[in-house]
Structure formats: structure tokens, C-alpha cells
Ligand binder design. Structure first.
Ligand SMILES: *Cc1c(COP(=O)(O)O)cnc(C)c1O
Length: 392
């Protein structure tokens, strides 16, 4: 394979070699089922306990409040569906936002079909959820507020502390999808009044297909996956022992080097933003300047198709992502970009670049130089751009 410049860390990260190394013995040597009674199995059981403790410590939680799942999507589904079921006698109203990940949005839509009512709160033009509107959306029958910690497309960090306080004041459960934030931004669940929190291994250099749901002691949700008595009878299925070990290792590494990594990412991020805004005209930065994930950059280039941009970047070995929901087979612009008020044609010309501390300034320079050339070329072929230039 040719040399690549990987700038799509919000989609997934490269598994850290140390993580792979930590996982390997749990395929080859300690392969016992943690539910079995012999000594081999006790090795698996011990590894799970250690990983759980590692995660609990990172969140300021207790280890019996951490439940392993098969990733962020399952954790979101579990929290929302089963909180809705458990608290339905109190009410059937849920509050979320328009900029959530589809794992939350589509779950809420599924609940609407089952007779729940969902309010999708607006965000402002920067992509921060509107607290006033959220406050106004609260009703007597509201049972759950679910708002993401940080947005996966435009990187905005939400006012989670304020939302947590608001939920607590009204006696409403508060869930947050922290898949993009956990391991990247420091916080403790108690400081933010978080009742439930979803996270995923592969967004922090851990393996894919493993994540967890934090459930505060006292929250009454039941199982989403029924079967054996694993995870204190709340999440059935033989534990993904190598995955759990890898997740624990990834969390340990992410928290040990969080400050160092994010400082480097922010430097690269701001350098990239500066160069692009200075050197490529008719470009806007989406999201908030300050309340932003350390590694997120999201631009809209006028007169450009994001998909063409991606294909041409790929030919130069640059992996990035656009603002189109191409994964769902449609070319509709992203719901997040539309929610912050971008017109369709601007949203269509969007590009997300998400960094890691492993990226170098040299890679960023090559990316900006390449991007400049591609944008110029695509614009030179665009009748809209030609028109625009003629009109002056
Ligand atoms: C990636 C992501 C998810 C889904 O996590 P998986 O582990 O891939 O299922 C959910 N929410 C956000 C914000 C994400 O970025």
C-alpha cells in the first residue's frame, strides 16, 4: 500500500501497537471462558476486572457501574431504549438534540414509533445545543435527556455540566454519548451529574467492537441483550476478553498522555485551520472556534462537491471524510451541517479532517498544499464558480 496520511480519526483510530500486544495473550494463551471454574478461566476473569477498574477510575465511577458492550452504538441503544422502558410509568417524553450521532437519533425515532414523544432541540449556528430551548423543552413527563458530549462531525463540545445540573434539578435521567470525548477531554461523571455514558474502544486507539455503558448506581435500567448472567446479569453474552483487555489498555494510555497528546493535536489543528482559511478563498470553518475537540477540523468550500474532493485527496494518499451521509447510501448533506443552518450547496462542499498526535507538521503542510491544488482544479471546472467570478 502507498504511504497514507490518516486524517480520519473521528471515524476510527489505528489500534495502538501496545494495545494489540496486550490483547494477544488473550487469544493464544488465556482463552478460557471467564464464566468457567478452572484456573485458565480465572485469568480471563482477572483481566476483565482490571480493565473495568481502569475505566471506572478514569471516570471517577465505581467499577460495578461499568458494563461492557459491543461498542458505542450498543451502549447508546441500551441507555435510551431501556431507560424509556423502565421509566415509562413516569412519562414518555425524551429530549435530545438535532446534532446527535445516528446511534442516538435513530434510536429515538424507533421509540417515537412505539408511542414515545421526542423533542429534538436546536443548536446555534456554531453547533452548540441551545440551553434555553432545552430548558423550555422540559415537561412533567420528561424521563430522559440524551445529549452528546462532543460532536463527531464539527467537534463542538456541549455544555454538559449545565445540562447535567438542569436534569438533576428536574429529577430527569441524563445520558451522554461521550464516544468522541472520552479519553480526549478530562471530566468526571459526578462533577457533571451524568447518569449514563456511552464510550467506544476504537475512537481512542482501542479495538473495534468493544465499548461500555456507565450506569450510575440506582438507575433502574434492565438488559437490552438477554441470555446468560454476564455483566452482573445486565448484559448477556460471553465477554469479548481480548477486546476488553485492549480497551482497558487504550484507556490507560489515553489518560496517561491526554495533556501531551491534545496539546500537540491542538497545535496542528490550529496551524491547519490558519493556513486553509488564509490560503483558500471562499472557505468557512464549521463549528466553534474554542469549544472544539482538540483534533477536529471541518471546512466548507464554496463551489465544490465534497465527494469529488475526497476522491482526489485519496489519490494523493490522504484519508478524510466529507459532510455527506454517503454511508447511508444517500448523498444528502449531513444532518449536523443542516442543523447549524448551512444551505445544502455549502454543506455539500464540506470536508472533515480529524487528527491524531501521530500526525506531523510535514503531513499537514502536504495536505494543505494538495487541498489548495484540488480546490482550484475543481473550481476551474465548476460553472457556478465561473458565473460567480464573472459577476465579480
Ligand atoms: C463512532 C461513534 C458512535 C458509534 O460507536 P461504535 O463503537 O462505532 O458503535 C456513536 N457516537 C459517536 C458520537 C461516535 O462518534
Amino acid at each position: 500500500m502507498k504511504k497514507i496520511i490518516y486524517l480520519d480519526n473521528a471515524a476510527t483510530t489505528k489500534t495502538a501497537p501496545e494495545v494489540v500486544e496486550a490483547m494477544l495473550p488473550y487469544f493464544t494463551e488465556y482463552y478460557g471462558n471467564p464464566s468457567s471454574v478452572y484456573e485458565l478461566a480465572s485469568m480471563s476473569k482477572k483481566a476483565i476486572t482490571e480493565s473495568r477498574e481502569q475505566i471506572a477510575q478514569a471516570l471517577g465511577a465505581k467499577s460495578n457501574e461499568i458494563y461492557f458492550t459491543a461498542g458505542g452504538s450498543e451502549a447508546d441503544n441500551w441507555a435510551i431504549k431501556e431507560a424509556a422502558e423502565a421509566y415509562k410509568d413516569k412519562g414518555k417524553h425524551i429530549i435530545t438534540s438535532k446534532i446527535e450521532h445516528h446511534a442516538v437519533l435513530h434510536t429515538c425515532e424507533a421509540l417515537e414509533k412505539k408511542g414515545y414523544e421526542v423533542t429534538y432541540v436546536d443548536s446555534d449556528e456554531k453547533g452548540i445545543v441551545d440551553l434555553e430551548k432545552l430548558k423550555k423543552a422540559i415537561r412533567k413527563d420528561t424521563i430522559l435527556i440524551t445529549i452528546m458530549f462532543a460532536n463527531n462531525e464539527i467537534g463542538t463540545i456541549q455544555p454538559i455540566k449545565e445540562i447535567g445540573a438542569l436534569a438533576k434539578e428536574h429529577g430527569i435521567l441524563f445520558h451522554t454519548d461521550a464516544v468522541q470525548a472520552f479519553g480526549h477531554i478530562p471530566f468526571l461523571v459526578d462533577d457533571y451529574n451524568i447518569d449514563m455514558l456511552s464510550a467506544s474502544g476504537h475512537k481512542l486507539k482501542g479495538p473495534k467492537g468493544i465499548g461500555f455503558l456507565y450506569i450510575r448506581k440506582g438507575v433502574k435500567i434492565r438488559s437490552l441483550i438477554h441470555g446468560g448472567g454476564q455483566e452482573r446479569a445486565r448484559r448477556a453474552g460471553t465477554e469479548n476478553v481480548p477486546g476488553i483487555v485492549g480497551l482497558g489498555k487504550a484507556v490507560k494510555m489515553a489518560f496517561a498522555k491526554m495533556k501531551e497528546n491534545t496539546t500537540k493535536e491542538m497545535e496542528l489543528r490550529d496551524y491547519l485551520i490558519d493556513r486553509v482559511l488564509k490560503e483558500i478563498p471562499y472557505t468557512r470553518l464549521n463549528g466553534d472556534g474554542a469549544k472544539r475537540l482538540p483534533n477536529n477540523v471541518n471546512f466548507s468550500f464554496q463551489f465544490i462537491e465534497g465527494e469529488s474532493l475526497l476522491i482526489m485527496l485519496d489519490m494523493e494518499g490522504i484519508c478524510a471524510s466529507s459532510g455527506s451521509a454517503c454511508t447511508s447510501g444517500s448523498l444528502d448533506p449531513s444532518h449536523v451541517l443542516l442543523a447549524i443552518g448551512l444551505p445544502h450547496e455549502i454543506a455539500h462542499g464540506s470536508l472533515r479532517l480529524t487528527l491524531s498526535e501521530e500526525n506531523t507538521k510535514k503531513e499537514i503542510d502536504f495536505t494543505v498544499d494538495t487541498l489548495k491544488g484540488i480546490v482550484e482544479k475543481l473550481r476551474s471546472m465548476s460553472p457556478l464558480y465561473e458565473d460567480f467570478m464573472k459577476r465579480g
